[in-house]
Design a protein around this ligand. Structure first.
Ligand code: GTP
Ligand code: MG
Ligand code: ZN
Length: 304
């Protein structure tokens, strides 16, 4: 059986790329529909074919992970694209993106855009924030202020992270995900659009998911989103998604401490001493409260 990865799903066809780089147009066997299984972009699959246009998707190999929005699987690296302004940089949103990738065991990389139009004050504010994230261990790419990054420099900065990986761009609408991909490969000519001045946010220009072969990797440009809900993450799991909180939490008096109202909490002490950034702790508490106020759901993670 031939093996490959689904790079695009469109009008009932699944496009499968093999290791050699050939792309086959296939249809999924009827059994998938009967079993209510939807093949996802990113799935590693087995398939048969008559011609390159007439293949049949036979089996889906086990998934390493699966994202819902965007709907993709087997992601190794999530590049979180954050603009300094237009739309404004928000650590609350960044932390939500980070939680969603950490929870799925996806390696994160933070990429800051619009450094060319940022004022010195805006730039310095974001630079200080980026240092907090680097201290935690996150990789951050922050181009210089006032300069437009040349395609060669962008590629050089991303290459070590993306090589041989399945990658998604994540970020709110208007952050510049598609623009970044166009700079990596101008032939892609992906549609981009200015943010809406009246709404102060992006226009949701990108609408479908596709894995694009660039720089020896497969990268998905994705539609921007900013309302992230954490439907199945538990209170305990949340602190695992904040690496520095997880690490400090080992010193709390109670091993079940969720660093909210418990006595002798090492995390709270570290926040007071400035060892853990205030905004990180604040954002942690905010998501924690959302989890606590979430309506109970039936069926646990993994039982679906
Ligand atoms: N000055 C400047 N403008 C940028 C930069 N990156 C993106 N833009 C502009 O920001 C607007 C939005 O960019 P897009 O690439 O469409 O944003 P997106 O993240 O793909 O948005 P969605 O597809 O809606 O999720 C466009 O007008 C871009 O030209 C940048 O680094 N500097
Ligand atoms: Mg886009
Ligand atoms: Zn604690």
């Amino acid at each position: 059986m031939n093996k490959g990865q689904i790079i695009k799903a469109l009008s009932g066809f699944y496009y499968i790329k093999t290791a050699e780089g050939t792309v086959y147009q296939t249809r999924a066997r009827g059994i998938f529909r009967k079993k209510k299984i939807t093949p996802l972009v990113g799935d590693y699959v087995e398939f048969s074919f008559g011609t390159e246009q007439e293949g049949s998707l036979e089996t889906i190999l086990p998934r390493k992970n699966e994202l819902e929005r965007p709907s993709v699987s087997n992601i190794d690296l999530g590049i979180i694209v954050m603009s300094i302004s237009d739309p404004d940089f928000s650590t609350s949103l960044l932390d939500r993106f980070l939680v969603s990738v950490e929870y799925k065991d996806i390696q994160p990389l933070i990429y800051v855009t619009k450094t060319d139009i940022a004022s010195e004050a805006e730039y310095n504010r974001v630079k200080t924030i980026c240092k907090d994230y680097e201290k935690i261990g996150y990789a951050v790419i922050l181009p210089e202020q006032g300069k437009t990054m040349e395609p060669e420099d962008i590629k050089e900065s991303l290459q070590p992270y993306v090589e041989d990986k399945t990658v998604v761009f994540i970020g709110q609408s208007g952050a510049g995900k598609s623009t970044l991909l166009n700079k990596i490969d101008p032939q892609l000519n992906i549609k981009t659009a200015g943010t809406s001045k009246s709404l102060g946010r992006g226009r949701h220009t990108t609408r479908h998911v596709e894995l694009i072969p660039v720089m020896g990797s497969l990268i998905a440009d994705t539609p921007g989103f900013s309302a992230i809900q954490f439907d199945d993450i538990t209170e305990q799991e949340l602190s695992e998604c904040f690496p520095e909180i997880w690490e400090k939490g080992k010193d709390c008096r109670f091993s079940s401490c969720i660093h909210q109202n418990e006595p002798d909490c090492a995390v709270k002490a570290a926040v007071e001493e400035g060892e853990i950034a205030n905004h990180r702790y604040k954002n942690y508490l905010q998501v924690l409260e959302e989890i606590q106020n979430r309506k109970p759901r039936y069926g646990k993670k993994g039982e679906k």
